[in-house]
Ligand binder design. Structure first.
Ligand SMILES: *Cc1c(COP(=O)(O)O)cnc(C)c1O
Length: 375
């Protein structure tokens, strides 16, 4: 049996090696390392795939989130709502810009923003909501968009884990993750569902004016060369990374399918295990399984993780500490116990190996081992 990895990027590369190598070679031969044609090509192809008007690439997903909040013209003191159960980047950029992060609980089932908690946290200072499509499944965008409209708030989607997921509104309208709010953000970090071979990110929007502003901010606030209309940053996708992503994009749907098939295998294997709650599906969203995340019941999660490690099965805890309990984000407004669903998740979640190259033998070994331990 091949060694089991959380993410197996080496095997994935083997399947597309000649195309990747020649794409890289082409960029090197052209020496257009920054702002090469491949960046524009990839942006166009991704926009087409997503059905969105503008895709603007940048240096990484964290930059995408920061640039999005800058483009919306938010001012220090403005409140931005994010879920407390997420990767730190979501709140980090809010704090960096001098905005006020307001954290809300998540649903223990979907692990995405809890709508009651969101409603309760809106104040006259609230300017934006940043829902996270955690683990590859869209947040409750139907309700989030309704609430945003009602209170005149911006929505910036953190779609770093959910590229390719499809959301269906109750009227039948379908949109891709990241193409629903004012701006969507994604990351091309190697382990993400569409990963490059280094750092990368992008912003999505249908709004022409916002697109112009985003392009300028990502390029030192520059519209005409050496004329700076606003304070910006330097954040771009290398041509090499764009060339790699342009090779991988046509495979994205097949990669998603491979993840969904592995998830289905896990689901079936654990369906009757009383110690395991399999990931809940939101009927309005497809799940692209950036992570396959279980909740462990009546058994110590960390003990299980160690027992699996002893059997060469990696498993990870995403995320062990919610934002409101992080040292850097301590805030007199929040206390342990304020967000009980997120706090319980932090104690009980366990993510299993999930990638495009899991084979039958590996899945069998992982699930049988877990079912033996958790009798
Ligand atoms: C990966 C990730 C980010 C940050 O992306 P980077 O490219 O690593 O900066 C932000 N939010 C979420 C939810 C992520 O998973």
């Amino acid at each position: 049996m091949r060694k089991i990895e959380m993410v197996d990027l080496k095997s994935q590369y083997q399947h597309i090696k000649p195309q990747i190598n020649s794409a890289i070679q082409e960029v090197i031969d052209s020496a257009a390392f920054v702002k090469g044609q491949k960046v524009t090509d990839f942006q166009d192809h991704l926009a087409q795939y997503l059905g969105v008007k503008h895709v603007i690439c940048c240096g990484n997903g964290t930059d995408a989130l920061q640039i999005a909040l800058m483009a919306l013209g938010l001012k220090p003191g403005d409140e931005v709502i994010t879920p407390t159960f997420t990767f730190i980047a979501t709140a980090e950029v809010v704090a960096l810009l001098g905005l006020t992060p307001v954290v809300v609980d998540v649903s223990e089932q979907t692990m995405n923003m809890d709508i009651d908690s969101l409603r309760k946290s809106i104040t006259p200072k609230t300017k934006a909501i940043v829902p996270v499509h955690l683990f590859g499944q869209c947040a409750n965008m139907q309700q989030i968009m309704d609430i945003a409209k009602q209170h005149n708030l911006f929505v910036v989607e953190d779609a770093c884990q959910a590229i390719g997921a499809t959301y269906t509104f109750s009227n039948g309208t379908q949109k891709k993750a990241g193409c629903i709010g004012n701006i969507g953000c994604t990351s091309f970090f190697p382990s993400k569902n569409l990963g490059c071979y280094g750092d990368g990110g992008a912003l999505f929007t249908d709004d022409d004016q916002l697109a112009d502003k985003i392009k300028a901010i990502a390029n030192h606030g520059m519209v005409i060369r050496y004329h700076h209309d606003m304070v910006g940053v330097n954040s771009r996708l290398d041509t090499l990374q764009a060339a790699i992503l342009d090779v991988k994009l046509p495979h994205l749907d097949q990669y998603i399918k491979a993840r969904q098939q592995a998830a289905q295998y896990y689901d079936n294997a654990f369906a009757n295990n009383p110690h395991i709650i399999i990931p809940a599906r939101d009927p309005q969203s497809t799940h692209v399984f950036h992570q396959y995340t279980l909740r462990i019941v009546d058994y110590d999660r960390d003990t299980l993780r160690q027992q699996l490690a002893d059997k060469q099965i990696p498993a990870m805890v995403y995320y062990p500490v919610p934002l409101h309990q992080q040292k850097a984000y301590q805030d007199p407004r929040y206390h342990t116990g304020d967000f009980p669903q997120a706090e319980r998740l932090a104690q009980t979640v366990l993510s299993l190996p999930m990638h495009t190259e899991l084979d039958q033998q590996q899945l069998e070994y992982i699930t049988q081992t877990i079912n033996q331990i958790l009798q």
